[in-house]
Design a protein around this ligand. Structure first.
Ligand SMILES: *[C@@H]1O[C@H](CO)[C@@H](O)[C@H](O)[C@H]1NC(C)=O
Ligand SMILES: *[C@@H]1O[C@H](CO)[C@@H](O)[C@H](O)[C@H]1NC(C)=O
Ligand SMILES: *[C@@H]1O[C@H](CO)[C@@H](O)[C@H](O)[C@H]1NC(C)=O
Ligand SMILES: *[C@@H]1O[C@H](CO)[C@@H](O)[C@H](O)[C@H]1NC(C)=O
Ligand SMILES: *[C@@H]1O[C@H](CO)[C@@H](O)[C@H](O)[C@H]1NC(C)=O
Ligand SMILES: *[C@@H]1O[C@H](CO)[C@@H](O)[C@H](O)[C@H]1NC(C)=O
Ligand SMILES: *[C@@H]1O[C@H](CO)[C@@H](O)[C@H](O)[C@H]1NC(C)=O
Length: 779
């Protein structure tokens, strides 16, 4: 009885004799060897149908394999070193009753015993039968415990992601491999013959079946009508997880036409996408974030949702990544009007949901997802809504899938994708001379916003000597008469500075016995609108203060005269310190960097209403008697209501310090200040202006570009020339990296100011910053 024949005896049916094809030597004898090199020498079986030798898989990487030798495809059926390709010059030798594979240095890479008396016949097939890789051949029998492991891909023979295993309990299963480990993860096909399955048999008529110990057929894997002996056959667990039984006409040997190819007789499972339906772990039949659909060619198709693309084109299961920058999760900064949904009918990732709602209408489902930065995809069916989150596992699509007919996935994508952004900014960057900014100072909103800001973050202590502003109960801000300020400034005599819309004068305020030096900013143009609104708003502002903000002491509003009164900063601006005098020492610069960061951080994080300064630059950072830096000039600032996280407005700020989103009609968030701070930080580190047309070397003209180039090339010392203090401080490299993070073109990639503080203080490691102009998504 055929089933009683042991697997060992089967081998003799082949009567393979191996000859060295490259030489005239007829038999493979003990001591014979093959070297992995371009001559492609191999041992042929006596029939000539199979060959054993090295195959070059990648340049310089050889696989010791057995293949069909008479067909143009030379299809590999077994290999010795699939996970460990050997170099050119490696050698396999038959000696002392075993095969021995050694690399050129003589190190053993693989070995397998061969019983010598059989060597003259079929050592080759013995190997492949006893230790199969992913392929079964006719007459082969698998005992319990044997495992086939699929290849990684069509061209990469390394162990891949699927298993086919006659388990020790007698059950024959296909399972996902717990990649990169070896065990099974999810069984997607099985004969359910635990306890009874004994041997898997592939007989020469082309039947592949599982037999019980007594020979009874328990289940067929492939059951076509008897196949002609004029066909080559093989069954392989392919890289896509499907076990396919193939045939190839023997007449189509290498002299035959190339149009012949392996054709499928039968395959399991019937639809691997559907078979994976219950996989709660792993990547299903396709990669993460992808969807599987069973193609009409009986091959599972892996697709990416709209707005996503595959990570590695050479690996169908590498998964999909969004082509856009993820939604901002910072508190109050959800960019809801920047995202919309693309429908993907008949699609679901049943085990990727982290939220479910019912009954709700479809548009509410979308809205829930839109307002949740963790939600990547919403799925809707018949009043049910699911929120899905990356990585999306085991997705399915296609009308052929049962139960998907009424299910619709709605893919959340960013409207203006990353590519669009960066191309816009490249244009802006190449023309750094665009003049923007101070012309907007004259807007009628100027005074209003200035006052709001200052009242808001107002210092009670310092203004004790001043009378409270009667119209604004609870706030220690003083209303001056114009006459009073005329006296204090001696008729607006000593000019400290001049802007497009205002001039600042020095003054001395005498109040009882206290004398205070003040800076008086007189506006050229008048703002009369919005006064009511201004007063109403001020009532809602609580008084706060910060030592790194210049204090507003009071104001004057008399007819055409609008004046703001500040504390006087005796050491002028940071711009003067950095660019006009000799280089201030490194430690002083570091201190100023910290103080400026703290001031901005306070505006962004600690005020009741978030404030965007919009014009951070060295000219607006002032230094007091002890060189403590304080941020000034809120003329362009925006105050955001608690429920507001962004705003749209005309371009503000000063060239060179302005974040790219100003040019892109994108909403303005606190991240514009982070960008400007990044530029300021670079200027502080390097003691030069961001834009210096005078430098000889062209690529040093724009400091931001120069800094990244230096960082990338490891030549950061060029940034500070002979500044030994800076070079000797560990923080130097770190601060440059922080600055590069701050000047990322993509606002969401920039850290928050709070994060910047943590990075500067060293409580958090600074990650490697990406190229500011590239859009590396942080998904
Ligand atoms: C290549 O391998 C063959 C057979 O293994 C051997 O005879 C030949 O010397 C090798 N050639 C080189 C250049 O190593
Ligand atoms: C094949 O895939 C494995 C698993 O990802 C990888 O480690 C290996 O480098 C790949 N080999 C080749 C030749 O590409
Ligand atoms: C087969 O496996 C199932 C589930 O694992 C188990 O319930 C059943 O008892 C097993 N049968 C035998 C005969 O081992
Ligand atoms: C053979 O074994 C199977 C399963 O173990 C059993 O169901 C069947 O009855 C047996 N047949 C004979 C003829 O013993
Ligand atoms: C192969 O197996 C099938 C099914 O058990 C059987 O009908 C056929 O005769 C077998 N062929 C050979 C050559 O053993
Ligand atoms: C191709 O097959 C034919 C018969 O099928 C045979 O005569 C011929 O020798 C074969 N050619 C090669 C190169 O094996
Ligand atoms: C991104 O924008 C470009 C140009 O507008 C467009 O061709 C591309 O399809 C967009 N990509 C996505 C994912 O929307």
């Amino acid at each position: 009885m055929a089933f009683a024949v042991s697997s060992k005896i089967i081998f003799f049916l082949f009567l393979f004799l191996f000859v060295l094809s490259a030489t005239a030597q007829r038999y493979v004898t003990s001591g014979s060897s093959i070297t992995a090199n371009k001559t492609n020498s191999a041992w042929e079986s006596s029939s000539g149908e199979f060959a054993f030798g090295f195959r070059q898989i990648i340049p310089g990487g050889y696989l010791l394999a057995i293949w069909f030798n008479r067909i143009p495809e030379r299809t590999i059926v077994w290999s010795a070193n699939r996970d460990n390709l050997v170099q050119e010059g490696s050698k396999v030798q038959l000696a002392d009753g075993r095969f021995d594979l050694r690399d050129p240095r003589g190190q053993q890479m693989w070995a397998a015993p061969v019983s010598l008396d059989r060597v003259a016949y079929e050592p080759c097939l013995t190997l492949s039968f006893e230790n199969p890789t992913d392929t079964l051949l006719p007459t082969q029998r698998l005992d319990r415990g044997v495992v086939l492991v699929s290849s990684f891909s069509e061209t990469n023979y390394s162990k891949g992601r699927f298993l086919f295993n006659l388990q020790n309990d007698g059950n024959l299963v296909s399972a996902t491999r717990n990649f990169p480990m070896d065990g099974p993860s999810f069984v997607y096909w099985s004969t359910q013959t635990n306890g009874s399955g004994s041997q898997l048999i592939f007989n020469q008529s082309g039947y592949i079946f599982l037999a019980a110990e007594n020979g009874t057929v328990l289940d067929f894997v492939s059951q076509s009508e008897a196949l002609s002996s004029q066909l080559y056959q093989r069954a392989i667990l392919e890289y896509d997880g499907v076990l396919r039984h193939y045939v190839y006409p023997k007449s189509a040997n290498s002299s035959g036409g190339r149009e012949m190819a392996w054709s499928t007789v039968e395959f399991i499972p019937v639809n691997i996408c559907a078979s994976m339906a219950d996989a709660k772990l792993g990547f299903g039949a396709c990669g993460l974030n992808s969807v599987c659909s069973w193609g009409s060619d009986n091959i599972p198709q892996c697709k990416c949702p709209p707005g996503y693309s595959i990570i590695d084109l050479n690996d169908r299961m590498s998964g999909c990544k969004p082509n856009f920058v993820a939604q901002n999760c910072d508190e109050g900064a959800l960019e809801t009007d920047h995202f919309s949904f693309i429908d993907m009918p008949n699609t679901h990732w049943p085990y990727a949901a982290y939220g479910q709602f019912s009954p709700i209408p479809e548009d509410l489902c979308r809205e829930y997802c839109l307002n949740d930065c963790f939600c990547n995809i919403a799925v809707y069916r018949d009043g049910y809504c699911w929120k899905l989150q990356h990585p999306l596992i085991n997705g399915r699509t296609g009308p052929r899938e049962e139960g998907l007919g009424l299910t619709k996935a709605m893919i959340k994508v960013r409207n203006n994708n990353a590519t669009a952004y960066s191309s816009v900014f490249k244009k802006c960057k190449s023309s750094p001379l665009i003049i923007i900014g101070s012309v907007f100072l004259g807007s009628s909103m100027f005074l209003l916003s200035s006052l709001l800001l200052y009242f808001f973050c107002f210092n009670r202590q310092k203004s004790k000597s001043l009378q409270p502003y009667q119209d604004l109960p609870g706030l220690n801000i003083r209303r001056f008469s114009f006459k009073e300020l005329q006296v204090a400034t001696n008729g607006f005599k000593e000019e400290l500075g001049r802007g497009a819309c205002s001039t600042v004068y020095k003054g001395i305020l005498k109040n009882d016995n206290i004398e205070a030096v003040i800076a008086v900013k007189k506006l050229h143009k008048m703002a009369t609108e919005g006064e009511q609104e201004f007063k109403a708003e001020v009532n809602s502002i609580s008084s706060t203060n910060h030592k790194n903000l210049v204090q507003l002491l009071g104001y004057c509003e008399e007819g055409q005269n609008w004046v703001l009164v500040y504390e006087f900063m005796s050491n002028g601006s940071l711009a003067k310190l950095l660019f006009e005098n000799s280089r201030p020492n490194w430690y002083k610069r570091i201190q100023i960097a910290f103080a400026t960061a703290r001031g901005i951080c306070y505006l962004h994080e600690e005020c009741k209403n978030q404030i965007i300064h919009c014009d951070i630059k060295p000219q607006n950072v002032l230094l007091d008697d002890s060189f403590t830096a304080k941020i000034s000039d809120f003329g362009l600032a925006k105050l955001l209501k608690p429920d507001q996280s962004k705003t749209t407005t005309g371009i503000r700020g000063t060239k060179g310090y302005v974040a790219p989103e100003w040019f892109k009609n994108m909403p303005i968030t606190v991240k514009v200040d982070v960008y400007s701070f990044g530029i300021l930080l670079l200027e502080l580190i390097c003691c030069r202006r961001n834009y210096e047309p005078e430098v000889e070397v062209e690529n040093e003209m724009i400091l931001a570009d120069f800094a990244y180039d230096c960082y990338k090339e490891g030549t950061m010392h060029l940034l500070v020339a002979d500044d030994d203090e800076a070079l000797g401080d560990k923080r130097f490299d770190k601060f440059v990296m922080i600055a590069i993070w701050c000047i990322q073109e993509e606002p969401t990639l920039r850290p928050t100011m709070k994060r910047v503080m943590q990075l500067m203080e060293g409580s958090v490691e600074v990650p490697i910053p990406p190229d500011p102009t590239s859009f590396i998504t942080s998904v």
